[in-house]
Ligand binder design. Sequence first.
Ligand code: GAP
Length: 439
Amino acid sequence: MKLEDIVSLCKRRGFIFQGSDIYGGMAGTWDFGPLGVMLKRNLMNAWWNYFVDSRDDMYGIDAAILMNPRTWIASGHLATFADPLVECKECKSRFRADKIADGISESVTTEEFLATHAKCPVCGKESWGPIRKFNMMFSTHVGAIDDDSSVTYLRPETAQGIFTNYKNIVDTVYPSLPFGLAQQGKAFRNEISPRDFILRDRECSQMEIEYFVHPSTWEENFEKLRAMQHDFLENVIGLDSSKIHEYEVPASDRAHYSKRTIDFMFDYPGGEEELMGLAYRTDFDLANIQRESGKSMEYRDKITNETFIPHVIEPSIGVERLFLAVLSNAYTEEDIDGSKRTVLKLPENLAPYKYCVSPLLKNKPELVAKARKVYDMLRAKYTFVTWDDSGNIGKRYRKQDEIGTPKCIVIDFDTLADDTVTIRNRDTATQIRQTIANL
Ligand code: GAP
């Protein structure tokens, strides 16, 4: 399977379109169509249910995207959230240096880059300017005054909306350590080279947890959250465990706030790429917020009365990267009776539609009327049922296979006689009969 197969299926079936497609597109932005929204929401809900709703130690939050610019001074993003930018002197194309040369990291110097003898991917020349640090935050102006005093930034991570609310939560919910604050929402990064479909975007959605712990317990909590990530990825959303690899990020490549990071890598169609990160952020963020705001971020232990700034373990995952992992995990091509069938073998909890109801023949009013009754009955209770009477039944199966619908319910002439229907299984293409009452 190639990445293009998935891109093409996403467009053909209305999962994902290029952002601003009608005007020629806008690099690094993507629009989710009807099926894409359903799958994306199922993913986000599965995450929220697993990490927040079903736990006593996690609380949800939904902070504003626009934040006071002091946030980005305290967090270090204004000073350090930058990628190495290099320009070809010949054709003026600009690239992220560590993405066009092998064996160098984000902290590459001009000398190290030149020593790799990388050629320009556009014109093929080897004529480079110096490496510059390019800050990836999108700036904007707040209010009617358009000068330096009104500049702020679209958040590059949802995390800061959690850290800046830590004190509000402690003062209103009185949680006991360890506890986590979870958030889902948009994040924006002016990536130098957005690429690989939805893998590296300029606008993405993150799902993040800041898990606050006593400093002496960070290692055991790191392990606890590490195990939870595997459980979620493998058992809740069904990713193949052999495609997930942990990568211990060396100090030179870690984000400025991290003392330990494990990247969870996934075998995407184009190769292994980062799916998510698990970072030990120490008290970096809360201590900086305390300094910048002048307000205490200390936590007082309810039993021992000890006061300290909690340390933080952060699992952070991009919805789009998870979406692509789920799609590539589910995408299957099979040979059935000499013809190719494409199937999205999505787990039932993620499939946009769980059931499709159809009449065997669309030109038989009695079949259509009976099928409508079955559809209305199920639809009254469930949102995840769809109707399909287009083309012939074979084409309908192919379409439902491609969008991952686990079961097709077909109303035929026997249904009129004995109130039974055919239920066709997506993965095995086998059929059983069942009474309508038992659906
Ligand atoms: N708060 C920590 C943080 O933001 P990160 O490693 O920069 O850490 C976390 O990002 C996750 O967010 C990544 O593992 C990835 O899943 C997702 N992500 C980051 N940048 C992205 C981008 N440009 N496009 C799509 N997803 C992205």
